[in-house]
Structure formats: C-alpha cells, structure tokens
Design a protein around this ligand. Structure first.
Ligand code: XIL
Length: 397
C-alpha cells in the first residue's frame, strides 16, 4: 500500500514535469527555455512577470527597443506614473485619461494583464488638492468625499480591465521618521486618520467587484524584530490581520522590493517566510516594484569593471532571492520590475547623494544583465515539488 502510494505520487510528479516541459518542438527545433521570455516562463508557474511602463519612453519613436521589450518580454504591465492622481486629475474636475487609457490598450493588444497603480498615496497628488487642504478651502469632510469620488471614478473607468489594484500605497512610516515608533504617516492619515484605509478598500470594491485589491509598501520583504513599534513588516501584518477581521475587502499584500546592494539584505528563506505569514491571513502576495540599486562611486562612474562587477552580482543575487521566494509560495501571483532598463530607471533621479544606479535587469543599451539571466534561470529550473500552480483568492466582498 505504502509502495503503491509512493508510486502514484511518483507518477503524478513525472506527469507534471512532463506537462511543464513538453512544449511541442517548432519546425523541428527542440524546446529551448532560454529563448523564452520571462513572461512566458513565469506563466508555466501561473506567475505573471511584469514591468512598470514609462509612457514617454513607450511613445519615443527614437527608442523602439523600449516598446519592443515592454510588449514582448512581460506578461503584465503597471503604469509607472500615469494612473497617479496628479496625472489623472491635474486640475480639479478635469480628467486626463489619455496616457492611462493608452497603457490599458497597449496591454490588451499584447495580451498582458494590468496592475493598477495607485488609488491612494500621499505622493504625486495634484497641487489643487494639497494646497486646498493646506489653505483650509477644502474641509476634512470634503476631502473624504473627494477621495471617495476619486477612487470610485478611477476604479469604475477601468473596471474589468485591471487584474490587481494597489488601493493604498505606503501608509506606514519608517524607523527613521519622526516619531521613530511606526505609525500611519502622510497626507491621508494626517487629515482623515487611519480609517481612510478601510474606507478606500470598501470604495474600491464597490467600484470594481472583480479586481484583486492590494495594500502595497516597501521594506516589508522580510520580518525583523517582530515588534510592530520598529518592524514595518510586523506592523503591516497586524494591520492586514485587523482589516481582514473587520471584513474589509483586501485581497493582497504587495512588497515593492526596492532593494540596494549596500544593505545587508535577505536570504530566500527569510523572504519566503514573510510571504507565507501574509498568506496565512488569507491574502495573495506579490512583488510589485522590484529593483536593486547600487551606489555609484567614482570608480563605477569611470567604468572600472572591478567596481561594477560586484554590484552587478549583488544586484542579480537580490533579484533572484525575491524570485525564488515568489516561486516557492503559491499565493505570490506576480513579480513586477520597476522599469526594466537602466536608461529609464527612476533610481538615478531619486537617489543622488551619493548617486545610485545599475538597478534594473537590462543595461542602458537593452542588453540583459546578470540579474535578467538569474531570474530567468530561477523560472526555468524551479519545478515540482517546490513550485505549484498559483492559488488566487476570490475578490473579497
Ligand atoms: C516613482 C516613479 O518611478 C518616478 O518616475 C516618479 O517620479 C516618482 O514615483 N514607490 C511607488 C512608485 O509606489 O509609485 C514610485 O514610482 C517609486 C516608489
């Protein structure tokens, strides 16, 4: 009996491996996984590998490589900026849907899913909103109503076209903020109190019943002390637990995955552990904005390969840690890079003292870097029994 059961399990495993690897050879050529895209390789696991898209680069006729890679290499796309409030409603009541619509159409043409980013965030808000609150011409009550209207209008417009929405982004402080005890930070918490988070998820659900609704944040890739006063991952875990207990329709937690090679960083097991703990709350998980930056000291900028190579290797290792952890946990539905090439990365513009860069998986000339090859090999060589089809939750009501 024992032997038979073992044999059955063995047969299933062999059949599964066969199903995953037997792709019909085209034109007599054997299947070569290294010639597949990241998107296609991810889909073998039911995992969507995606990228943030910069619309200026996408529309730049002199930069055709950008569009080509964005269209072919990835299964999913995220608007890097054009779905943010300042972009959608630059002046009160006047919506600028063009660029966001264009991205949604682009995704449809290329059979890609869309991660909506972002409904509620304290950054990139329109000036009319923030200055109206600052000068008292927009009351707290009106502000809450404006937020409800914004979420409803945007989520309804793209209803049925968005796979995952980042409903609330970066609501929690960091240990270097004041006060250092972790707390709800920023414009929305300051003006409406933390209750805006539950409201936002409820309003988003009412507007789009089918999208998976995510809380998204950085520095939540692994647990630290376990004390919510200084461990951001623990703070977010406790928050999600509370929201779920209250019946708030939150379906997922996105860890942004903005890492840097100058930090200690995590091993695969620490990250896997964090994904599993979030999963135990009944939510999906995702890596939503992965990039791994490095400090650009004099030697690197001078092009010294002995300075550049360790950075490329450390960056690749970190990309790979997140990919392996994602592959190992069935709730991890997507792995999105925050831009795919160093010539269109937000990093050099944002981290300039000291200057940082080299954060993405392709170099400035669209040549795949070690990080690209390493996450590709993770996707190719991961298999049963450690990798299984993804399990998506039903959108919560
Ligand atoms: C960044 C964009 O990449 C930049 O182009 C923009 O100037 C600022 O915002 N976390 C997020 C993203 O959730 O929206 C941010 O995107 C990067 C950090």
């Amino acid at each position: 009996m024992k032997v038979r059961r073992w044999m059955t399990a063995g047969a299933v495993a062999v059949a599964t491996v066969a199903a995953l690897n037997t792709v019909p050879a085209t034109a007599g050529k054997p299947y070569d996984p290294t010639a597949q895209t990241l998107g296609a390789l991810g889909l073998r696991h039911g995992l969507q590998v995606g990228t943030a898209v910069n619309m200026d680069a996408l529309n730049d006729a002199d930069d055709p490589q950008y569009r080509k890679i964005a269209a072919t290499e990835f299964a999913s796309v995220t608007a890097e900026n054009v779905m943010k409030w300042e972009s959608l409603e630059p002046t009160r009541g006047n919506y600028n849907w063009g660029p966001a619509d264009q991205l949604v159409d682009f995704a449809k043409r290329n059979r890609q899913s869309v991660r909506g980013h972002v409904l509620v965030w304290h950054n990139q808000l329109p000036a009319w909103l923030t200055s109206g609150v600052a000068d008292g011409s927009i009351s707290k009550q009106e502000l809450r109503e404006l937020l409800r209207k914004h979420i409803t209008t945007v989520a309804k417009r793209y209803k049925g076209k968005i796979w995952q929405w980042d409903v609330v982004n970066e609501a929690v402080s960091d240990p270097w903020d004041t006060p250092p005890t972790l707390h709800y930070k920023g414009f929305w918490a300051e003006n409406l109190g933390p209750g805006y988070i539950a409201d936002a998820f409820r309003w988003a659900r009412a507007a789009d019943p089918k999208a998976l609704l995510f809380y998204n944040d950085y520095n939540i890739e692994a647990f630290g002390s376990g004390n919510p006063a200084d461990d951001k991952t623990q703070f977010v875990y406790d928050m999600v637990k509370k929201l779920r207990a209250q019946g708030v329709p939150i379906d997922g937690v996105g860890a942004q995955g903005h890492l840097g090679t100058q930090y200690g960083n995590f091993n695969t097991f620490q990250v896997t552990e964090a994904l599993k703990k979030f999963t135990s709350l009944g939510v999906a998980t995702a890596f939503t904005e992965v990039d791994v930056r490095s400090q650009m000291t004099e030697g690197v900028q001078a092009g010294n390969s002995e300075e550049i190579n360790p950075r490329l290797q450390a960056s690749a290792a970190n990309f790979s840690v997140l990919m392996k952890a994602c592959l190992a946990v069935r709730s991890c539905l997507s792995y999105t890079v925050w831009g795919f090439s160093d010539n269109h990365s937000w990093v050099p513009g944002w981290f300039d003292d000291p200057p940082e860069g080299l954060a993405t998986i392709y170099d400035e000339n669209y040549q795949p870097k070690l990080a690209y090859h390493e996450i590709k090999s993770d996707l190719i060589f991961a298999g049963p029994p450690f990798v299984l089809p993804r399990l998506a939750p039903k959108p919560r009501r």
